[in-house]
Write a protein that binds this ligand. Sequence first.
Ligand SMILES: [Zn+2]
Length: 141
Amino acid sequence: MSIPTVFVVKNDNCFEFFCYFCRSLHQHGAIEGHRLSHCTNQKSPYRDRGYMLRLPPQNQSGETVYYLRLGNRIKIGWTRNLSAKMKAIPHEQLLALEPGGLSVEAQRHQQFEEFKIVGEWFRSCPVIMRHVASLEWEPAK
Ligand SMILES: [Zn+2]
């Protein structure tokens, strides 16, 4: 069985990420790689195999395009501070990340325009989910 990947942000000398299963922030030492889970939720799938910590893919300016799911909606946006965004935007799951800033975001918004609901929110659909799946990150189920 493969080990799930989670994206972290560096905060002082720690890596941290928001765990969807524990609904809390998990902190680790600032080195990428395999770790034992800090999960307190007995049902967390991370408890058996741990997880691979990875820094998010970024462009040279430190910018990342993110795909967030809330119900059957997906928000596509970009940020230089993923941690702050994850805390600020209500969502159920971080689906994927892609290196890039405003121009990549604009490109995706245009590419998926027919599924747009309002602002940066899009209707979940096979076209967007195929793109998300192509971004080489297996999200937690
Ligand atoms: Zn957890």
